[in-house]
Structures are given as structure tokens and as C-alpha cells.
Design a protein. Structure first.
Length: 238
């Protein structure tokens, strides 16, 4: 199976007991598929607040520690291999990268945090930029906080969670690299993460379990994010 329409589907009994399979409205799945089949083009890269592009579309931000798989997930969602640059070198993404999805949604790939080898100056600049963007961007509808399924929530993730809580910014946790974790361990990690999210007022209670490599969970996440897109114009300009 190439994809899972729900977090529990396709896992072993131990994981499915915690996250039972849920039916997703086929119309939502199709809406997500159609949206992410649209042309997705790079719009701008911003290394400081002054370089942020105009707020023209609803925005979805992807954030997480370095090498958590943000760029790989964006590529998988859009069905592209090289849309967002991926690298095995942590800290490669050093700016906010904006991608226009069919003129209906803006996807924003944020710099990874927690990269120990980065200079203190670079860390300060990235942190200030991320804080400004998450706290001040009016067009930002939701942040997808990516958590490595092999590690769960770490101390480097919690400041971002606190920042989203303070800014009343709705964020959704997406577990990445689930194909690298045994089902029983994945179920345990997901349960711990879900329990911690209950203590955060801005956290969406639903988890998305994904694998960009195996394309697990991609259809479900597309369906969820499509709800934030601008309604398509039935009479496009000729």
C-alpha cells in the first residue's frame, strides 16, 4: 500500500489499538490530491524579517529540528523530488523558503533548529527569524511541527511548542520517518507524544504518522491541509 488515509491503518495491532483506523471523507482525500497536484513554484527565500514576501495566500509552515525531514515531506506532499532541497547535512536550510501551491496555498519550509554545529550567531538569527514569523505572520494558518518518530519530542522541540502556545498559533504534530521504527515502538512514541500534546493549548490533538520514503500518511495530511486553501476559482482567467 502506497499511502494510508489514517494514522492507524497499515500498522500492527498494538499501534492500531492506540490509533484505530478512521475513515476520511473520500471527497476530502480527493480535494487534497487535486490541490497538491497543482503546480508548486518557489516564490522567495527570506533570511530576515524584512525579506518576507507579501501575505497573499493562507500559509502552512513546516518546522522541526535539523534533519527531521521537512524538505522530504514537502516534496512528498507535492509529488516532487527536488522541489524543496534535501540534504543529509543538518542545518542546510538557513532561510524561510516559500512555495506557491496552485495560487491557493503557500507552503513555508523553515530552518531547522537544534543544530549543535551552527555558530551562535547563526542560531540567534534563525531563532529570531522563526519567532518573528510564527508570532507575527497574519497569513499563517497552521504550523506543522515535525517530530522524528525515532526520538519523540525532545527538549529542543519544547521552546517552539511554547512559542506557538504563547502566540495562539494552531500547530499539528507530524511524526516523520515512521518506516524506520518498529510498530510497537512507534505506538509507544505516538502515545507519549499525544499525551504531552494535551498540556499544550495550541496543539491540535490529532497526530499524523508519516513516511516520506514510503509515502505513508501523505494522503491524510494532504486532506487535512487542503482545508486551509483558498477556494479554487471555477472561472480562471484565460
Amino acid at each position: 500500500m502506497d499511502d494510508h488515509a489514517s494514522p492507524g491503518r497499515g500498522l500492527t495491532v498494538s499501534a492500531a489499538d492506540i490509533f484505530p483506523a478512521r475513515d476520511i471523507d473520500p471527497e476530502r482525500v480527493e480535494a487534497g490530491r487535486l490541490l497538491f497536484a497543482q503546480e508548486c513554484r518557489f516564490v522567495a527565500g527570506a533570511g530576515n524579517p524584512a525579506a518576507l514576501p507579501p501575505e497573499t495566500l493562507p500559509e502552512i509552515a513546516f518546522i522541526g529540528r535539523s534533519n527531521v525531514g521537512k524538505s522530504s515531506l514537502v516534496n512528498a506532499l507535492c509529488g516532487r523530488r527536488m522541489l524543496a532541497r534535501t540534504s543529509h547535512t543538518p542545518g542546510r536550510t538557513q532561510q524561510l523558503n516559500f512555495f506557491d501551491l496552485g495560487g491557493r496555498l503557500m507552503l513555508v519550509d523553515l530552518p531547522g533548529y537544534g543544530y549543535a554545529a551552527a555558530s551562535k550567531g547563526a542560531v540567534r538569527e534563525w531563532t529570531a527569524l522563526i519567532r518573528h514569523y510564527l508570532g507575527e505572520r497574519a497569513s499563517l494558518r497552521r504550523a506543522c511541527l515535525l517530530i522524528d518518530a525515532r526520538r519523540g519530542i525532545t527538549e529542543t522541540d519544547r521552546p517552539t511548542m511554547a512559542l506557538c502556545d504563547e502566540a495562539a498559533l494552531s500547530y499539528q504534530v507530524v511524526l516523520t520517518k515512521t518506516d524506520a521504527v518498529r510498530p510497537a515502538a512507534l505506538a509507544e512514541t505516538a502515545a507519549i507524544v499525544a499525551s504531552e500534546l494535551k498540556r499544550h493549548r495550541a496543539a491540535h490533538p490529532e497526530l499524523h504518522l508519516t513516511s516520506a520514503e514510503k509515502r505513508h500518511g501523505i494522503a491524510a495530511l494532504r486532506a487535512s491541509l487542503a482545508e486551509f486553501a483558498e477556494v479554487a476559482n471555477p472561472y480562471p482567467a484565460r
